[in-house]
Each structure stands twice: as C-alpha cells, then as structure tokens.
Design a protein around this ligand. Structure first.
Ligand code: TYM
Length: 336
C-alpha cells in the first residue's frame, strides 16, 4: 500500500496557503487512499528565534486544526514530531550523508538566513541542516509520496538525493519518495504582495488569511487584496499576479482550474467578492469544528498519544536498519 507522510511546522497560525497547498489534499484525498501520517513538526520550529511557550501553544493549535479540517485518526496517524525520537536519530545519520554545499543551495535557507541577519540575529546551525531533518521525517516512514506545496518541492528533491546516495553507499534501506503538490493553489501568494508566498511567519498579517480569522476579517483582507493594472480578469501569473492569485484561490475553493474562471468576471471587484465568500464558506466548518475540539483537549491529547505510538512502531525498524547499515554496533539484545 502507498505510504504518505507530510507535516506542518508550528511557527505561526496556519494560513489559507497551508490549507489549500497541503492540508485539504490530506483530508480529502490522501487519508482515504494510502497509509498516511501527518505530523506537527515542532523540532523545525526551533530553527529560528522562538518563544518556547508560543511554540507549545501553536503546536497544539496546529494539531487541533488538522483534526478540525477533517483528518480522521481512524484512518491516519496524527502526531507531534518531538514525541517520536526516530526523527532526530535518523537526522544525524543523514547529516553524515549530506554535504554542506547542497544545504547552502536550498532556497529557503538562503531567504531565511538573510531575513535573520537583517533582523540583527544570528543564523542557527539548525536552519542550515533543517532539510536533513525533513528528509529524516520522510525516510523514517518509507513514505512513497509527500503531499506539499510548491515551496517544499526542493526539500523533497534533496530527500530523494539523500535516499539514493544512502542506498548506494550502504545498501538498500530507504524508499525514494516523490512530492505530490496539488494541481491548483500549490503556491498561494500574499494578498498584499502577490509576488511573494503567503507565509505564516510574515510580520504583517494584512495579506495573509489565517484559518482562524473571523469571517469579517477574511472578507476585509480579500477585498483589500492588491490587484494589477488594467481591468480584465484573466489568468496570467506573470503579467497579472494579483488577479491570478485570486483566481487560483477561488478555483481551488470550487474544485476547478483557474483558466476556467478567466473571463467569468466583469471587474476585479466582482472577483474579489466571489473569492471572499468562497473562502469564508470553505473555512466556516473548520473554524466551527476547531471551537468544538478546543472544548475537549483530552481528546486531542489522546489522538496525539496514539498517533505517536503508531508512528514510533513504523519508524523504528527502518531507523534501526539505517544504524546497522552505516556500521554502528547494535547493543547486545539487538535494538538500540
Ligand atoms: P510549512 O509548515 O511551511 O507548510 C506546511 C505545508 O503548507 C504548504 N504551504 C503552502 N502551499 C501553498 N501556498 C502557500 N502559500 C503555502 N505555504 C505553505 C507547504 O508547502 C507545506 O506543504 N518544511 C515543511 C514542513 C515539514 C515537512 C516535513 C513537510 C517538515 N518535515 C516532511 C513534508 C514532509 C514546512 O516548513 O512546511
């Protein structure tokens, strides 16, 4: 059976980008057709300056939202990365397979390290090695597919390279996975800056729709979206990034292609109104279910505990096999 792994890092409140680029596909498609694991990748949130209490809060919120969006613990494992030691165990081994040049070429590292330096901070070593931990997340479970937005495909390519290199050097151990981004809305752009990705850790939230924004706030943000010169509503990502982003969001909400919607609106204003209403309706059930789940924190804890147990049992044999393959002496009795 196909195996799927994906994750969200708790560095900010989840956004419409996270939902359309990843979470919705996990809920609607992936969990029904494969053995799936979905993870709040909290260790990744420590790679930039962070407030410990906030990371803890956001981790719980992300897990609750994943369930609110419709991940069903009967169908998939939902868990927190730091509850399963195998991720960190394997990450070190993969650091001994990766080289520093390929880490420095990662686009996200380049962008984020510049941002950290501009803020006057130092760049944590873990920001550089982050993609290796991400590779460990995926390879520990023998995942065939990794449903992610477009911004993560370079990291999945690196994961493939590391898996192939490891297998060649030390014998076949890992499945070589592939990224499976959604067809529409694989890169939702910031509403105020439609040439940049809508990202949860941006400083100003005006161009970002958060899953827990009140409907009125969602409407306001979309109605104030930056659009392009001209008046024609056509899908052209290069020439009309603002309009194309709205078309793509609306198309994703309606389960269509953005080209199909080109020409369906007489003005930018009409497009904005339709998009705002579609997003409000898309998020309404998620917000409602989130509110209900917040009232039963014990239920979320139980799901995460069971998810971690299941994940640990799946990852351990592969990670132990990697230890043996690399030449580490296993303790008497067989297992680490
Ligand atoms: P993260 O937490 O930034 O994002 C979670 C998922 O949401 C997608 N996404 C978007 N998709 C479309 N448009 C956007 N604007 C947008 N913003 C985010 C991301 O592509 C991602 O699929 N490194 C990962 C987390 C991670 C992971 C993993 C993912 C760690 N280990 C192993 C898969 C497998 C990240 O930072 O995602």
């Amino acid at each position: 059976m196909t195996r799927i792994f994906s994750g969200i890092k708790p560095t900010g409140h989840l956004t419409l980008g996270n939902y359309l680029g990843a979470l919705r596909q996990w809920v609607e498609v992936d969990q029904h057709r494969a053995e799936s694991l979905f993870c709040v990748v909290d260790l990744h949130a420590l790679t930039v300056e962070h407030d410990p209490a906030r990371v803890r809060r956001l981790s719980r919120q992300a897990a609750t939202l994943m369930l609110a969006a419709g991940l069903d613990p009967e169908r998939c494992a939902v868990f927190v990365q730091s509850h399963v030691d195998e991720h960190a165990r394997l990450s070190y081994l993969l650091e001994c397979v990766a080289n520093d040049g390929e880490m420095r070429r990662m686009i996200q590292y380049k962008e984020k390290s510049v941002r950290e330096r501009e803020r006057g901070g130092s760049v944590r070593l873990s920001l550089l090695t982050y993609p290796v931990l991400m590779a460990a997340d995926i390879l520990a479970y023998g995942a065939d597919e990794v449903p992610v937005g477009e911004d993560q495909t370079q990291h999945v390519e690196l994961t493939r390279d590391l898996a192939v290199r490891f297998n060649q050097r030390y014998g076949h151990t890992f499945v070589v996975p592939r990224a499976t981004p959604p067809k529409v809305a694989a890169r939702v752009m910031d509403l105020q800056e439609p040439t940049s990705k809508m990202g949860k850790s941006h400083e100003s939230g005006a161009g970002i729709v958060y899953l827990l924004d009140e409907p009125e706030v969602v409407r306001k943000k979309i109605l104030r979206a930056v659009t392009d010169s001209g008046r024609e509503v056509v899908y052209d990502r290069e020439g009309k990034p603002g309009v194309s982003n709205l078309l793509e969001i609306l198309a994703a909400c309606e389960g269509r292609g953005p080209e199909e919607l080109s020409g369906a609106f007489d003005s930018y204003g009409e497009l904005k109104k339709a998009t705002a209403e579609a997003v409000v309706e898309l998020l309404r059930p998620v917000r409602e279910r989130h509110r209900e789940l917040c009232a039963e924190p014990g239920r979320v804890d139980a799901v995460l505990r069971a998810g971690a147990e299941k994940a640990r049992a799946m990852a351990r044999p592969t990670v132990d096999a990697a230890y043996r393959a690399m030449g580490l002496m296993m303790p008497a009795g067989g297992e680490v």
